[in-house]
Design a protein around this ligand. Sequence first.
Ligand code: UDP
Length: 324
Amino acid sequence: MRVLITGGAGFIGSHLAEAYLEKGDEVYVIDDLSTGTMDNLAPLQADERYRSRLFVHVDTILNHDRMLELTGTCDVVFHLAAAVGVQYILDNPLKSIKINVEGTEKVLELCAKFKKRVLITSSSEVYGKHLHAPLVETDNIIYGPSSKFRWSYAASKLMDEFTALAYFRTTGLEAIITRLFNTVGPRQTGAYGMVIPRLVSQALDNAPLTVYGDGTQTRTFTYVKDVVRGLSSLMACDGAVGEVFNIGGTEEISILNLARRIIQKTGAASTVELIPYEKAYAKDFEDMQRRVPSIDKIRGLVGYEPVTDLETILQQVIDYQRRH
Ligand code: UDP
């Protein structure tokens, strides 16, 4: 099979590429290296088993001709290319909306033209400001005002979902929508805000761990290889077409407790430093207080289970950062 992965040089995309190369497939990557990096693909390009089956194009998904050629060539498309990371979105508000809305529209248009199955990666952000748990795919959605730019990411991802569903309804495009919850693992960078790689690198430097707000906000982290298994199981499942799925973990933890666990696991001499949100982000920032997925839907359809617990995830990230 020929698999096209947009954003394949990113953190999740590169793990997805690896999984399909391991299975013996051909993998085509398009990535503009805005947040992705060739370093993520270097081990795959250097591997003799994979080298002849991995094709990398450094380009934007907004390049129509390139996307036309790649979509025509491949059998299935994973669309991961997007502006990601709260910090990146706040720093690049216009670019983020353009790539997330226009880019996805382009991918869907070409998949519909060539009748290729496509899986798009939306985000747990689309749920907005809920406090209840778990979040179910059919839940209502609550956002803050447009002056608070964080919500532009949620709104753009929601628009992607609507567009994919509209293509499915009107053209029969085989579109599958996934909402990824906080995904972590080796190769993730803390440069765009992601909390675990940031706190781990602070701990390894014996520096204070920067916990934003009062640290009572919670997240549910999922190991990247578990997420990749969820993505490929859905892609292979006819029943997933035209549907929306959460992919996430089951262990809810507050950011304060996460920081304490990272200090304990690394043996760091660090302390926790509480940083007010207005110092951590631009002044119009608003955090999501809680984010826990229901995974009943994906579990029911493809038997998905996140098998890697937080303890193992943290160890993997710590080992990776120590090696690099
Ligand atoms: N966070 C933190 N310290 C950091 C980076 C992030 O306390 O150095 C918090 C952030 O405010 C949020 C949580 O950790 O409450 C998860 O942030 P991340 O950017 O990883 O993902 P999000 O769930 O916000 O998309």
